[in-house]
Design a protein around this ligand. Structure first.
Ligand SMILES: *Cc1c(COP(=O)(O)O)cnc(C)c1O
Length: 396
């Protein structure tokens, strides 16, 4: 049995999404900037229509939607673009310790270039403190960036409340909503955010296309200079197929969203309670209430390594992840798990399982059959675990 439980890393593309993209790889090959002939105009009209539809899905205005080549690009643009456009006002940026590396990397780059960054701490569930945020704002603060939902431990941050604080202090607020789309309703007006990033491949769309929503009136510098595309704010010949795919995937994601999230929650909770019932010495990372992303499960299994678990899961056809895919390859424990206070050795034994609306109870039950045996087998090879068992015997 093959079970894909790494939907926070990427998702399988929807068949209908592919169908929506194909015409732009075939007959509608025109450059959307070429208006003097038919195939160019058709392309231009397609871009206009797609932008309108994406705006509608997000509750934004059409001219507030900017296409990018990824979620990482949208995050980088929001942060560097605001920093460069507002240098004369101030040099202070506030973000959190558990952001995606796209946000953290952009902030670290700015720190090397004269900006100062406050990294908000989080509590044991991964939530930032609104009080700490408000206290961190100074008259030099030009940007707050806090993610809507965390990709590793599934924490949903209090975005509306953060937006209110930022508005009161007249500081622009960016949120990385890459993990939120398809997992909760996202409307930029209801949230009150000024900028929002998303990426198509996290909600059954194609890889290599994202959106940065930028509220009208926000001053932002270009990240990519050149031609006049995206109203002069982001040069590059439009990736119309990608845009069409993102648009279709977003419309599908938002259709019957409540039903889908309910289904994902059920499957998620079956996995969580199944693991607790069958495996000793483990802990769920991230919240256990309604502020947990409907599709995320993250467990630490004491006395063993996450990577070894993944290898054995893979031998049984199960795909999961330890920390975030972008970070794997490095042996440092996840910055998110350290930020919620896990000691290094426990953070190292962590595995993330992320379901999709297509994940079935049968698949979860298969994981629940295989996983306890894998954990037991690895622990029996662990000197640490041996000592624990010895200690227990001596106590008795
Ligand atoms: C995946 C992800 C990104 C990066 O998106 P890409 O399109 O893969 O560059 C950014 N932020 C979060 C929270 C993510 O999960």
């Amino acid at each position: 049995m093959n079970v894909y439980l790494d939907n926070n890393a990427t998702t399988a593309m929807n068949e209908e999404v592919l169908e929506a993209m194909l015409p732009y790889y075939k007959e509608i090959y025109g450059n959307a900037s070429s208006k003097f002939y038919e195939v160019g105009r058709v392309a231009e009209n397609a871009v206009m229509e797609i932008r309108e539809r994406v705006a509608k899905e997000l509750g934004a205005k059409t001219n507030e939607i900017y296409f990018t080549a990824s979620g990482c690009e949208a995050d980088n643009w929001a942060i560097k673009g605001i920093a460069f456009a507002n240098k004369s006002k101030g040099n202070h940026i506030i973000t959190s310790k558990i952001e995606h590396h796209a946000v953290l990397g952009a902030c670290e780059f700015l720190e090397k270039n004269g900006f100062s960054v406050t990294y908000l701490s989080v509590d044991k569930d991964g939530k930032i403190s609104l009080e700490e945020l408000e206290n961190a704002i100074t008259d030099k603060t030009i940007l707050v960036s806090v993610m809507t939902a965390n990709n590793e431990i599934g924490t949903i941050e209090p975005i509306k409340e953060i937006a209110k604080i930022c508005k009161a202090h007249k500081v622009p607020f960016h949120t990385d909503a890459v993990q939120a789309i398809g997992h909760m309703p996202i409307n930029v007006e209801e949230l009150g955010v000024d900028m929002l990033s998303l990426s198509a491949h996290k909600f059954h769309g194609p890889k290599g296309v994202g959106v940065l929503y930028i509220r009208n009136g926000i001053r932002i510098e270009n990240l990519i200079h050149g031609g006049g595309q995206e109203r002069g704010k982001r040069a590059a010949t439009e990736n119309i197929a990608g845009m069409a795919g993102l648009c279709k995937a977003l419309e599908i994601a938002n259709t019957d969203l409540g039903k889908k999230t309910e289904k994902m929650e059920k499957v998620r909770d079956r996995l969580i309670s199944g693991i607790y019932e069958r495996i000793p010495y483990c802990r769920l990372n991230g919240p256990s209430d309604e502020t947990r992303l409907c599709n995320n499960v993250n467990f630490s299994f004491k006395y063993i390594e996450g990577e070894s678990i993944l290898m054995l899961l893979d031998m049984h056809g199960i795909a999961a992840s330890s920390g975030s895919a972008c970070a794997s390859g490095s042996l440092d424990p996840s910055h998110v798990l350290l930020a919620i206070g896990l000691p290094h050795e426990i953070a190292h034994g962590s595995v993330r399982f992320s379901v999709s609306e297509d994940t079935t109870c049968e698949e979860v039950d298969y994981v629940l059959e295989v996983l306890p045996k894998i954990i037991e087998r690895l622990r029996l090879m662990s000197p640490l675990y041996e000592e624990i068992l010895k200690g227990e015997k001596e106590e008795k």
